[in-house]
Write a protein that binds this ligand. Structure first.
Ligand code: WTA
Length: 645
């Protein structure tokens, strides 16, 4: 069995691609029929990129959880929806069948209703990678509440900002989360974030680590008690079921924050029908998923990859999605390979940074592990370098599994450019061809399409998309103008990705990385402005500038140039203090790898920091810094070079 919209040959790919561009309405209308609707749409697509205003399947009514769960029950009720692998390999594995998932999601829906959550309310979710996180997300979707998952690596100030921006009155969290040898005290971080917050009415706490937590009467309640309660209530009415809220196709499904080139993270808003269809379609086609395959995505649900390709896409396709609580190096660097062996994983989807870090442990952790179940390997989050690609291909795929390099973004909802496993050809470090519905274009600084090839015979430019696809962001929460200026104002009538790319004569794309002030550290987006703001909050810091530099494992490392004034401690202590500050304000993921104290920064006469120069110095390439005579104080460059770390 396969999916009616599954692309089976390269000829079909070209045909479908053409159809999707020539007549998107009939192309996507035909695919949408394979989903479950309460009411059919009136119009497939309406759009302009000026405002922007993008609407898919307007007039259609549905609930995404009926598509992810209910419609599978008759035929696949006892099939595993989620296989959960705990942090500690000796703990109990949990297999969540579609029937069980249905029951739990209905209970969560009832629990949320009991606590006053209504359609359209925002619910912030700050949990470790436990099945309850998936139940929480889907429970919100069941009643039409808008979830906003906050990655467990973010700390107090980031949570405060997100609570404020979403206006959430409800939080779902855990006492703590296990990650490798660590126990991260999530509830206590939430408590700190709630100081001075008057909006949050209820905090639901799931018990995972048994870390002692403070529980405030009237506000904090236990997940276990509430779920038991909900179960009793539902059971009193017969077999457990909770009616799904009827949602408009364009009703918001979730908000997910992501860093951009401006100071504060943006709340990217995805809506219901288009996102569902896009994640399912791309999931089935890029991985060439076949029913029964065991699929393992190593991302965290706190990021878009987890939303789209652990929860929504796979479940809507009736797949078996393996969810892993821990980290690739715990208890040792063979953990991924143990999991693949243990659960006979067929499809592995991970990030180049994980591959590079595991490469460093050599082949010992792989030896003796049976990886023969693997059929397809995926990569996401950053450009995969050739060395990592070949290592992955040879040692994990045993040279028989296609590697799909999936390029996409939080804003795109799902994969945009990727090889389709066994259908279109893969090529190391190239994302290759756009999915049907995706119309990329490379432009120069002025927004003109790049016509001239470079000396390698490639087109090189800023990557934009010409027309809407079903999974694209619709707005940024609470500030539509910000969405316009960030994505649709740089070039007229184009969505600008912020990435640079190369294209060859066959239409293949190679993503070269960000062209804006956003770093990609271990596959996580970090805005330099946001990080500078955090560093500048330290009492002693006068000014700072952040640049990226090549890092063997993380892809990009964070280099901070800091002007410091004060007498507290020595340089080492000051560095530690700055790291602590960043950890408090953003989270440990944003900690700089290197901090260099300087007395000045290279600035233009208009006061703009010349990051190009700082980047070169951080990279250790000081031979050709370009013209520095126009700088306000050229002397500062010499000093910075001398003090380089
Ligand atoms: C980068 C993650 C090259 C890119 C899904 C993009 C990639 C940013 C790839 C989005 C890839 C992601 N090849 N670069 N296969 N995948 N990127 O929002 O710079 O966390 O703009 O979404 O990651 O990161 P985000």
């Amino acid at each position: 069995m396969s999916y009616p919209y599954q692309i089976k040959s390269i000829e079909q790919y070209h045909q479908d691609y053409k159809k999707s561009v020539d007549d998107p309405d009939s192309f996507w209308g035909a695919i949408a029929q394979h989903f479950q609707w309460r009411k059919k749409w009136d119009k497939v697509l309406e759009w302009n990129f000026k405002e922007p205003n993008v609407k898919w399947f307007e007039g259609g009514k549905l609930n995404i959880t009926e598509n992810c769960i209910d419609r599978h029950l008759a035929t696949m009720g006892e099939k595993p929806a989620i296989i959960w692998e705990p942090n500690d390999p000796n703990d109990r594995v949990r297999i969540v069948t579609y029937n069980r998932l249905h029951k739990r999601v209905c209970q969560v829906a009832q629990m949320l209703k009991n606590n006053g959550v209504q359609k359209g309310d925002r619910v912030c979710i700050y949990m470790g990678m436990v099945p309850e996180l998936a139940y929480a997300v889907l429970g919100c979707a069941r009643i039409g509440a808008i979830h906003s998952v906050i990655f467990g690596g973010f700390s107090v100030q980031s949570i405060k900002d997100r609570l404020e921006d979403t206006g959430a009155a409800f939080i779902i969290t855990c006492d703590g989360a296990f990650r490798g040898g660590k126990d991260i005290p999530l509830k206590s971080v939430i408590d700190d974030a709630l100081v001075g917050n008057n909006l949050v009415k209820k905090v639901i706490v799931y018990t995972r680590t048994r870390t002692p937590v403070s529980m405030i009467k009237g506000r904090d309640i236990w997940w276990e008690d509430e779920m038991a309660n909900a179960e009793d209530q539902l059971e009193a009415k017969g077999p457990i079921s909770f009616p799904a809220e009827e949602m408009d196709a364009e009703d918001p499904l979730f908000i997910l924050y992501t860093s951009g080139s401006t100071g504060k993270p943006k709340g990217v808003v995805h809506t219901t029908a288009g996102y569902m269809i896009w994640t399912t379609y791309t999931f089935v086609n890029t991985f060439q998923y076949n029913p029964g395959d065991v699929y393992f995505c190593t991302a965290d649900i706190g990021w878009i990859t987890g939303h789209s390709y652990i929860v929504y896409g796979p479940l809507a396709a009736g797949a078996t999605s393996l969810m892993f609580e821990g980290i690739p190096t715990y208890p040792d660097a063979g953990r991924f390979w143990d999991i693949i062996d243990r659960h006979k994983v067929n499809i592995l989807y991970t990030a180049p940074t994980a591959i590079r870090s595991l490469m460093g442990f050599g082949l010992d952790p792989i030896n003796g592990k049976d990886l023969s179940s693997l059929k397809v390997l995926g990569s996401v989050g950053e450009p995969i370098n050739e060395e990592a690609w070949h290592w992955y291909d040879k040692n994990i795929g045993k040279s028989k599994c296609p590697i799909i390099d999936t390029w996409w973004q939080t804003e795109t909802g799902g994969t945009m450019i990727s090889t389709l496993a066994n259908v279109t050809p893969a090529r190391p470090s190239w994302a290759t061809l756009p999915l049907p519905g995706v119309q990329p274009i490379l432009v120069d600084e002025n927004g003109k399409e790049v016509i001239q090839k470079d000396d390698q015979g490639l087109w090189k430019g800023n990557l934009c998309i010409k027309a809407p696809w079903p999974g694209m962001l619709r707005t940024t929460w609470g500030d539509h103008e910000r969405c316009r200026t960030n994505y649709f104002a740089a070039y007229e009538n184009l969505y600008f990705t912020g990435d640079g790319a190369l294209k060859d004569a066959d239409g293949n794309y190679r993503i070269t990385g960000r062209v804006d002030d956003v770093l990609n550290v271990s596959g996580h987006r970090i805005g330099t402005a946001e990080l500078e703001n955090a560093i500048n909050m330290h009492t002693g810091v006068v000014e700072s500038a952040i640049v990226g530099y090549p890092h063997d494992i993380k892809g990009q490392g964070i280099y901070a140039y800091v002007i410091y004034q004060g007498h507290h401690g020595d340089d080492e202590l000051r560095r530690q203090d700055i790291l602590q500050t960043v950890t408090r304000i953003i989270g440990p993921i944003a900690k700089p790898d290197k901090i260099q104290f300087v007395t000045g920064l290279p600035k233009t006469r208009s006061g703009k920091i010349m990051r190009r120069i700082l980047r070169k110095i951080a990279e250790g390439d000081v031979s050709n810094l370009g013209d520095i005579t126009t700088l306000l104080d050229p002397g500062v460059v010499e000093e910075i070079i001398k003090g380089r770390i």
